[in-house]
Design a protein around this ligand. Structure first.
Ligand code: AMP
Length: 214
């Protein structure tokens, strides 16, 4: 099964992608994580992406299409993929369709996690991320068991540098302008399923599984 997750920053895509990875053994691809790693390692990809990311803006489409093509090709032993953070623009969605067609793969579901801007802001301002395994926490609603250490792998939890009020606002605006058309694109294809993301992560996960018929 191949799934794309859409939704404004903070809507829970990363958390749900991790759940789907564990439960359905899907390969989870997080374009934001891949880009952050490239920036840290100062690769050519990272150098291309850095300035855009620091402004909360999107990295150019072709960079993402090349990145995704490489990652999908790596996929051999999985029962499908779940994408968090891609596609984010209409040209990315169209290019992705061409790529999947070329590879003889079909996209089964596009799930939009619905969350208000106010709730997203609240979630992201308290968000902590594991620097190693990428697990998410929230200081108020879902704190780690041990102070600032990941429950799963024990590594240090950090705040993302773009989880600041002005950059969160910019990222939400970019979503509304550039990614909402992607929702319509998949709606027209009959693939878009909207799930209410305004609940605890395990409740949202049950809603997603119901949509996927699992
Ligand atoms: P995320 O972790 O998904 O919130 O992504 C963090 C940042 O990475 C975004 O604000 C963008 O600058 C960049 N990024 C991630 N995915 C994409 C994409 N599909 N297209 C363009 N830029 C992206």
């Amino acid at each position: 099964m191949n799934v794309v997750l859409l939704g404004i920053p903070g809507s829970g895509k990363g958390t749900q992608a991790n759940f789907l990875k564990r439960k359905l053994k899907l390969k989870a691809i997080f374009t934001g994580d891949l880009l952050r790693e490239a920036v840290r390692e100062k690769t050519k990809l990272g150098k291309n992406a850095k300035d855009f990311m620091e402004k909360g803006d999107l990295v150019p489409d072709q960079v993402l299409l090349d990145l995704i093509e490489g990652k999908i090709k790596e996929q051999k032993d999985f029962s499908g993929f779940v994408l968090d953070g891609f596609p984010r623009t209409l040209p990315q969605a169209q290019g992705f369709d061409l790529l999947l067609k070329k590879m003889g793969i079909s996209l089964d579901y596009v799930i939009k996690l619905n969350l208000s801007k106010e709730s997203s802001l609240k979630r992201l301002e308290g968000r902590l991320v594991c620097s190693f395994c990428g697990a998410f926490y929230n200081l108020e609603t879902d704190p780690p068991k041990k102070n600032l250490l990941c429950d799963f792998c024990g590594n240090k939890l950090i705040r993302r540098t773009d989880d600041k009020k002005d950059l969160i606002d910019a990222r939400i605006q970019v979503y509304q302008e550039k990614t909402e058309p992607v929702e319509n694109y998949y709606r027209k294809q009959g693939k878009l399923k909207v799930v209410d993301g305004n609940a605890k992560a395990d409740v949202v996960f049950e809603r997603i599984l119901a949509v996927l018929g699992k």
